[in-house]
Design a protein around this ligand. Structure first.
Ligand code: ARE
Length: 511
């Protein structure tokens, strides 16, 4: 078998190039520079969105202009923008933002004015803003002061909600096999809004509507599973009715292990769902757990118990899963280094769902909040005008492999199927997206040399895992290797261990 492969290499070497890729940096070196590969375009369907977890509004605005728009990211999921509890005694944990005190837009990420400026600047850069909408509940703590200075007690939030606006269960959710328990009781003890009430629905719609008026283009619905689906549907219908000219993008957090009372399909009428199984499957395959291999991923899709592709937002990890919140499962995170980069290459290349890229701050403790001053003020990602992505902020979205594959996703979006699948029956795989792109992933501990059959037009392409086209289209950015595809659509390459290679028509050299 191996001899045949090598034979193919030499037979085609007149037309193809044998290329050696250094097992370099899927994970970036200390400073990651901007690589301009695409001009901004108005957001239509979200091809790739990035969750800039706990970033400030001012930083997100800068990132939209300097990095996200130019590199083809179409949307950002922002941390919840509402007034939240402030927990100095707990060291300002990240999760304080999931306890709502009011819908004033004053949060750890910035003021209402900062939020508006960010939305405008991102939209001008071709990047939509999706807000994390925490509408199932208010606080778990009995009393306190919020980030806009509001004094509250549990079930009593000035000028907003009174005790009659909450469900009567008033006990923590304990039984995920019981839909009533899940929707009427309190997720981790958080005061559970009575979302069947017209008054409560109207107050929630007012809040979300204000954000739409400001230019927010979509929402992640936090804890959607804990809101009766018909009530969430009523809320979202009212929101859409108020904004008939806005094509809102809705995706709902419904953790569905497949064994509980509430299922993701109950929510398809309201919008897309975050499919939590996908990241687990990817994690198991890339980690080689339970006999899983990359080759098995060829059939990944609905047959695996995933949502229909058009309904699903998918991710390798999210802010809960990367730190052991939100249930178990073997999810990869930035801490897995090259393995994580390769899993993201797969996610962005494989035509299933809408990919969500995670962008983290570094942490050791699962409770720890973002990089901050002693008073809890979040520190900027930028220092002296440069993004500081090699220390306290991780910026996975800037890793060359991930960023390059966002361009691949955009370029190949119109071909829905996988073509020319190849594997070694284990952890070396390759596949095309018709005549628009081709990817190869070597997750083995030895190099892969192979002649790949693609449907790409003849020409010279940049390996976008390393860098896309330079601004003038004449060279590859970041010294990315050039790959020659011959008239028959073949190229020959050697991929060192734990590396990937991806080509697409928008990163084809002009000469
Ligand atoms: C914090 C403290 C708690 C305390 C509570 C109230 O940690 O000890 O009781 O405050 O004072 C986040 C954090 C929580 C945090 C909460 C509020 O993760 O730790 O609680 O903020 O500050 C379920 C839900 C799912 C939810 C996960 C975490 O179904 O919706 O739990 N995920 C979202 C967000 C979280 C956020 C919240 C909801 C709350 O993404 O970041 O919580 O707004 C099985 C089930 C899952 C279940 C999972 C874990 O897998 O299938 O449905 O997920 O177990 O219980």
């Amino acid at each position: 078998m191996w001899k045949i492969v090598l034979g193919a290499v030499s037979a085609s070497s007149l037309l193809g190039l044998v290329i050696l890729f250094s097992p370099s940096a899927l994970v970036p070196a200390l400073s990651s520079e901007v690589s301009l590969t695409q001009a901004p375009a108005a957001p239509a369907t979200p091809t790739t969105l990035v969750h800039l977890f706990e970033w400030t509004w001012a930083d997100i605005a800068t990132e939209c202009e300097t990095y996200l728009g130019p590199n083809g990211y179409r949307a950002v999921q922002i941390s919840p923008p509402h007034e939240h509890i402030v927990l100095a005694d707990y060291g300002y944990p990240w999760w304080q933002r999931y306890q709502v005190v009011s819908y004033q837009l004053e949060s750890r990420s910035g003021s209402r004015a900062d939020l508006q400026a960010m939305i405008d600047r991102c939209r001008d850069a071709g990047v939509a803003i999706y807000a994390d909408a925490v509408i199932n509940h208010m606080t778990g703590f009995e009393s306190g002061v919020g980030s806009a200075g509001t004094r509250f007690s549990k079930y009593d939030y000035p000028d907003l909600y009174a005790p009659e606006d909450f469900h009567n269960c008033r006990q923590p959710v304990t039984n995920y096999d019981d839909a009533e328990n899940v929707t009427q009781c309190e997720l981790v003890g958080l005061a559970d809004l009575n979302t069947s009430s017209n008054a409560v629905q109207t107050t929630i719609v007012d809040y979300m509507s204000e954000l739409v008026d400001m230019g927010v283009a979509g929402f992640r619905i936090d804890a959607a599973k804990h809101i009766r689906n018909e009530e969430l549907g009523q809320i979202l219908d009212q929101l859409r009715d108020r904004h008939p000219d806005t094509d809102l993008y809705i995706y709902q957090e419904v953790i569905d292990p497949g064994t509980e009372a509430i299922r993701k399909q109950d929510f398809y009428d309201s919008g897309n769902v975050l499919d939590f199984k996908y990241g687990r499957f990817i994690g198991e395959a890339f980690l080689g757990l339970e006999g899983q291999t990359l080759a098995n991923l060829q059939t990944l899709g609905e047959g695996w118990g995933l949502a229909p592709s058009s309904q699903a937002v998918v991710f390798t990890d999210n802010h809960d899963k990367q730190r052991g919140h939100g249930g178990g499962g073997d999810y990869l995170t930035y801490k897995n280094g090259d393995l994580y980069a390769l899993a993201n290459v797969f996610m962005l290349a494989f035509p299933y769902g809408k990919p969500q890229v995670m962008s983290s701050f570094a942490f050791d403790d699962s409770e720890q909040g973002p990089p901050a001053e002693a008073d809890g003020t979040t520190r900027s990602v930028y220092q002296n005008g440069q993004a500081n992505c090699s220390g306290e902020w991780v910026c996975e979205h800037r890793w060359p492999a991930i960023s390059g594959m966002v361009g691949f996703r955009n370029a190949t979006q119109s071909v829905a199927e996988v073509t020319n699948w190849w594997s070694n029956q284990a952890n070396q795989i390759a596949f095309g997206r018709g005549n628009l792109g081709f990817v190869a992933i070597n997750r083995e501990a030895q190099p892969l040399t192979h002649t790949f059959q693609t449907q790409l037009p003849q020409g010279r392409y940049c390996n976008v895992v390393q860098g896309g086209l330079s601004a003038d289209g004449a060279a590859c950015a970041n010294d990315a290797k050039v790959v020659l595809v011959n008239r028959a659509g073949q190229f020959t390459a050697t991929l060192p261990e734990m590396t990937a290679l991806a080509l697409h028509v928008e990163a084809k050299l002009s000469r």
